[in-house]
Design a protein around this ligand. Structure first.
Ligand code: GLU
Length: 316
């Protein structure tokens, strides 16, 4: 329905944006706006050790400079605030309580070494599947362990396939027990887990489209399971290819050369958007473009489905 789509930017302010973050954000913006929709900015600053308010403000300045103007959230505020995850703990606690009341949450006392030593299968994406050591602790045993160690909290998952249709990549499924394992809802130091927070927030902020990097594709079945348990309506998901540095590695915040401060010193905002749109198949050449100018011809069909190598010369 035109006008009813709500997309979002959900950056973690743990450093300056890199091109890959910007690429996903550009596609999120185009997808929502091409449908006549809106964009919400949510700052994913759960990890207080790594995230700062000054990086969050910097992200906002970067989005504005690049013409990726959002409609609600961040320091703008709006009806579904606060838009900083660090201030939304009560909502996560309420969701946790709902899951706990259904007997689906258990304390996990495993140390890092135990997690590592347990012969859990490793997933293709490098994450481990929890072997379930603490799944069968009796309440007495758990109380005993709690005397010396604060527990993390895990969600008990069933042997169930979760399948969905990604708006860009097509059908995807995982078996919760085999491919995901009982996953974290809260860490032992009290930090809320990404999977829980993102579901609670996307639902509360009425997000209808989640556009994000394909590194998060395999998080989606866990998130869909949480939507189901919490009785929430899931958004549509569009996972976008990752950008690879010229030597074939995924871009990260450590790739200083392609971070925004370096790029903005060398290129205009329209240069950067034009080059990213070219990589996305949305600009016939790498000529400068504004985000608005890309709207009339936006189509998911043009966007590549596999990871994209950023040619060395493109941004130099
Ligand atoms: N905060 C995450 C990141 O910056 C994105 C999470 C999401 O889009 O679901 O990588």
């Amino acid at each position: 329905m035109a006008g009813a789509e709500t997309g979002r930017f959900a950056p973690s302010p743990s450093g300056r944006m890199h091109l890959g973050n910007l690429f996903s954000s550009l596609l999120a913006w185009l997808s929502a706006k091409a449908a006549g929709g809106r964009v919400v900015l949510r700052i994913e600053d759960l990890d207080a050790q790594r995230c700062t308010r000054s990086y969050a403000d910097r992200l906002e300045a970067d989005y504005r400079t690049l013409g990726l103007v959002w409609d609600e959230g961040g320091s703008l505020g709006g009806p579904h605030g606060p838009y900083y995850q660090s201030r939304r703990g009560e909502l996560y606690a309420a969701a946790l309580e709902a899951l706990r009341q259904r007997g689906l949450v258990y304390p996990c006392f495993c140390t890092r070494a135990q997690l590592h030593a347990a012969s859990a299968p490793h997933r293709e994406d490098g994450q481990t599947v929890y072997a379930g050591l603490c799944r069968t602790l009796t309440p007495d045993q758990a109380a005993q362990c709690a005397r010396t160690r604060a527990p993390a909290l895990r969600l008990r998952v069933p042997n169930r396939e979760i399948e969905f249709q990604d708006g860009h990549l097509g059908r995807y499924f995982e078996n919760l027990e085999r491919d995901c394992g009982d996953f974290l809802l809260r860490r032992s130091d009290g930090l809320w887990a990404y999977q829980l927070a993102v579901v609670v927030d996307d639902a509360a902020m009425k997000i209808t489209q989640v556009v994000r990097g394909s590194d998060l594709l395999s998080s989606t079945p866990r998130q869909l399971y949480l939507y189901d348990l919490l009785g929430l309506t899931p958004p549509d998901f569009y996972h976008v290819p990752l950008l690879l540095s010229p030597d074939g590695r995924r871009l990260s915040k450590r790739d200083g050369d392609l971070s925004l401060d370096v790029l903005l010193a060398r290129c205009t905002p329209a240069d950067i958007i034009g080059k990213l749109a070219y990589l996305a198949g949305l600009n016939p050449t790498a000529e400068p473009r504004t985000p608005e100018s890309l709207l009339p011809d936006f189509s998911w069909e043009k966007v590549p489905k596999t990871d994209i190598l950023v040619p060395e010369e493109l941004f130099s």
